[in-house]
Write a protein that binds this ligand. Structure first.
Ligand SMILES: [Zn+2]
Length: 328
């Protein structure tokens, strides 16, 4: 049953946070150029932390080394080179107009830096999803949406929300999502990771996204699972992230395979891979080992992901050939 060659398949990744994907060696070198020492949070090729508060502290310490638009150009390039080396042909990166703390003043410059970085790795087709940070509140989310639609770039095609799921209600963010929807952006939001099925249902009702980031705890409500399948709501599932943050104890307990079998459109991503000691190759290897997912399963999952991608149809058709050639 085990097929190690699934790791070599071409891949589509829809859920990847730009700063959370920063290769540790790249960040160590960037920090050293600025006279900053990150040795307390970077050990070799991994970020080190003991528990969830320490994870957030490490993330913050690392992000402090990212200061200028050119730092973001270099970061985007390093992240996309990492994706390329994992066999990813298309990826969407979560980026945030609140990048410099709570100010959005210089966003256009930062976005131009990210576009330049993406130009340097043409092997990976890339799109950006501008995001609100939920725990910063509805007012800043609305401002982030306004800044986003006033500064669109060729690759900025989506709008989403991350951050602490336990704060505020999805409906509080409807004005921000309405601004993004009216501008024609694809919509996604984190839900059903820390919080249960109600968070997914409330997000669908209030924000009307095409996709849900995580969404795995929908499995606790069979009626919601049916709804996701019927409405074709795509889940951006990050199994390794869920294990590392203790949403599930082992992959055997993880619902991704049950959701797939229930007809829910699931996809596979890595969230913040170096923080969670995972890669896309590792995710594919583990899904094959634990659930017996075959090359055909992965090709089908990647077709689902590409159909749900926030890109133009010409790009979609061109990339789809990767997943039709090996289909049965
Ligand atoms: Zn995420």
């Amino acid at each position: 049953m085990n097929d190690p060659t699934v790791a070599d398949l071409k891949k589509v990744e829809l859920h990847l946070h730009l700063e959370g994907a920063a290769p540790p060696a790249f960040m160590r070198d960037l920090a050293a150029e600025k006279g900053m020492d990150l040795s307390s949070v970077i050990d070799g090729d991994t970020y080190v932390y003991t528990d969830f508060p320490a994870f957030l502290a490490a993330y913050e310490a690392v992000c402090a080394a990212l200061e200028t638009p050119d730092d973001y150009r270099r970061l985007t390039r390093a992240v996309l080179e990492q994706s390329r080396d994992q066999g990813v042909v298309y990826t969407e990166l979560f980026v945030a107009p609140t990048i410099t703390g709570t100010s959005t003043d210089d966003w256009a410059d930062y976005l131009a830096g990210m576009e330049a970085g993406a130009d340097e790795v043409p092997e990976v087709e890339c799109r950006f999803i501008s995001t609100a940070v939920r725990h910063l509140g509805p007012e800043l989310a609305r401002r982030a949406a306004e800044v986003t639609v006033a500064n669109l770039s060729p690759r900025l095609t989506g709008w989403g929300m991350g951050g602490n799921e336990s704060l505020f209600a999805p409906a509080d963010f409807a004005p921000a999502f309405d601004i993004a929807r009216e501008a024609g952006l694809g919509l996604t939001t984190h839900a059903g990771e820390v919080e249960g099925p109600d968070s997914v249902r409330d997000s669908l009702d209030a924000l009307r996204p095409a996709r849900i980031g995580h969404g795995v705890r929908a499995i606790e409500d069979p009626a919601l699972v049916d709804r996701l399948a019927e409405e074709g709501i795509v889940l951006e599932v990050n199994p390794g992230s869920n294990l590392r943050l203790d949403v599930y104890p082992t992959l055997d307990d993880h619902p991704i395979d049950r959701l797939l079998r229930a007809g829910v459109p699931v996809t596979v991503s890595t969230d913040d891979p170096p923080y969670f000691a995972t890669t896309m190759r590792d995710e594919y290897t583990e899904l094959n080992r634990v659930f017996g997912w075959t090359r055909e399963t992965f090709d089908a999952v990647n077709r689902v992901a590409l159909n749900a991608a926030f890109c133009d149809d010409a790009t979609r058709s061109r990339l789809m050939t990767h997943f039709e050639e090996t289909a049965p």
